[in-house]
Write a protein that binds this ligand. Structure first.
Ligand SMILES: NC(=O)c1ccc[n+]([C@@H]2O[C@H](COP(=O)([O-])OP(=O)(O)OC[C@H]3O[C@@H](n4cnc5c(N)ncnc54)[C@H](OP(=O)(O)O)[C@@H]3O)[C@@H](O)[C@H]2O)c1
Length: 259
């Protein structure tokens, strides 16, 4: 049995998915290293996790994917007592139908949402190699599985991530580092619920009526609750994936029809 301490680095930890995920992992016995850009938000989240789960060790360090030098403190925290997993949430570019963003825009998005996060994985490899089985979980979206016209830049980036994760699964399988992806459909984050509330007020209807219309094309007739996403991520970090690597799993209520 693997008795090594479970300690996971979560990026995007203060976001609508990251915060409930961090709380969920703490509740399941994981020690945490949290990162995002805002130190204030990281500090508040860390306080609330420690209050709810005082027995857990929670460290944080601000970082920005567009500034590789900001990874240094994270790497130091990781080096202190190692890490068994990484949950990587590259920032999602704003929705756009623009297929030809100008070069400056492309370079910014590419750096923030691909080159930077790949650089963090590369920097962590020596630590991940030290564990019996380390798990890297990429949070992606269903535009990694089918194209969406209103997410044109995301669709390109997400497909690059499919190739990157497969390549890493192949290269680092012998070193027992696993690389799996969770591709999300709609998620009922606090931010999304706020938008829905505003839309419902504008349209003089109820949130439930709006949601019912929105999920009509989802076989399970719902978007994911944040705790459902957190449970799926926990599964990918756990022994469930001890013989699984290179997967891209939809977490979309059955929305994606492709085989
Ligand atoms: N919500 C959904 O319905 C949905 C659906 C499909 C896929 N996803 C994916 O799930 C992930 C998280 O989504 P979310 O809804 O939680 O997003 P969110 O609420 O906007 O949170 C984004 C997180 O990333 C951090 N961040 C943003 N830019 C960063 C940068 N340049 N460097 C480092 N950290 C940065 C933010 O904190 P700071 O601003 O302080 O840096 C925050 O912690 C994303 O990868 C997204 O593509 C979400």
């Amino acid at each position: 049995m693997n008795t090594e301490k479970k300690r996971v680095l979560v990026t995007g930890a203060t976001g609508g998915i990251g915060s409930p995920l961090a709380l969920h992992l703490a509740s399941k016995g994981y020690d945490l290293i949290l990162t995002a850009r805002s130190e204030k938000n990281l500090s508040e989240l860390t306080k609330s996790i420690k209050k709810a789960f005082p027995e857990r060790t929670v460290d944080y360090s601000p970082s920005d994917f567009s500034k590789a030098e900001s990874f240094e403190k994270i790497l130091k925290l990781v080096g202190d007592s190692g890490v068994s997993g990484l949950v990587l949430m590259p920032p999602q570019p704003d929705p756009t139908t623009e297929c030809f963003p100008d070069d400056v825009t492309w370079q910014r998005i590419f750096k923030e949402s691909f080159i930077g996060p790949v650089g963090l994985i590369r920097a962590l490899i020596p630590e991940l190699e030290k564990r019996v089985r380390s798990k890297v979980v990429l949070i992606s979206g269903i535009s990694s599985l089918q194209v969406f016209g209103n997410y044109s830049t995301s669709s390109v980036l997400r497909l690059m991530w499919v190739g990157q994760m497969k390549t890493l699964a192949l290269a680092y399988g012998p070193k027992r580092i696993h690389f799996n992806t969770l591709s999300l459909g709609g998620v009922l984050t606090d931010e999304y619920m706020k938008e829905l509330k505003a839309d419902a007020a504008n349209e003089k209807t109820s949130i439930d009526a709006l949601l019912e219309k929105e999920v009509a094309n989802v076989p399970l007739r719902k978007y994911a609750a944040t705790n459902e996403v957190a449970t799926a991520v926990e599964g990918l970090l756990s022994s469930f994936t001890d013989h699984i690597t290179g997967w891209n799993i939809p977490c979309d209520g059955g929305f994606t029809r492709a085989y």
